[in-house]
Ligand binder design. Sequence first.
Ligand SMILES: [Zn+2]
Length: 338
Amino acid sequence: MQIGLDLGGTKCLGVALEVTSGQPLRILAEHRLETPEGTEAILDTMVEVAFALVESALRSGVTSRTAQGGSGAGIIEIDLGVGVPGLITRDGVMRASPNLPGMYEVNIAEQVSQRLVGKLRRRATPPELRLTRVLVDNDANCAALAEWTYGAGVGAQDLVLVTLGTGIGGGMVIGGRPYRGRHGFAGEFGHMVIEPQGLDCPCGQRGCWERYGSGSGLAILGQQAAMISPDGPGIPLRAEDVVAAVRAGSVVGAQVMESFARWVALGLVNLANILDPEIIIVGGGLASEAELFMPEVKRLFAELLYESSHRDHPVIAVAQSDHRAGAIGAAVAASLPA
Ligand SMILES: [Zn+2]
């Protein structure tokens, strides 16, 4: 069986699956815990969620036993995939994570593996459980794999996923394989500079795409347009407030959303000019509001793409996976050949 974990700033969500090529998604179990503070507590939480999922999956009658028979009979093999935000090396070391303060240079693969193996060994009742693999990947890479396997990009050879959340994340499949870059750091689309004299980004640069085309970007655009927050002056406007204003028919809100769509389109055009993908999938928290901005994003994309009228365009789609995309994709990642 595959266990996938999605570690975020506020929660650690996990799913248990049996990934079988060409078969529809079947989630055996789902579990979540709040993300605590501190590296040790976070590692323990991940292990706790993984262990709870194993127990639930066993109760649901998981069948993925070793196929060799003989001495392998009665053993259940577990592949664990972990999606985490930030810069993750290809061997599972978290170099840095903006959403998890203090987590620098943490060997997540090794730490989680040791702790989970210990916990599985201490389990007294059969069947025997064997942790065969632990794979740690960037959370947006995982979300891209979820869309590629079960979502809007099934069958695509060249796929780009862009997650519009508090920031902007990205993941790619190129030539029918997940693409992570030489060191594992590919897909940091959110820090592509699109306005050199623009807003300061927590990363130290100015004018990064995610300062404009993300949820926090939408909030900033709303503030710049001097929209009145329903919570009164002095309380920062949130992306949700802009969305609510647009839905309530606000003219200023609609202008803000149009300007937001332009920033999103601009980034997508840059990506398409570089990568020429088959499909670009827009996911993340803002995908649930896609109807408010995607028609304009698609219109502008078609207008701004290099030599637009003389070429094939990528499909631009909205992600189909729900909030479990990262966890599902982490499980998929663990199921793929190394
Ligand atoms: Zn940045």
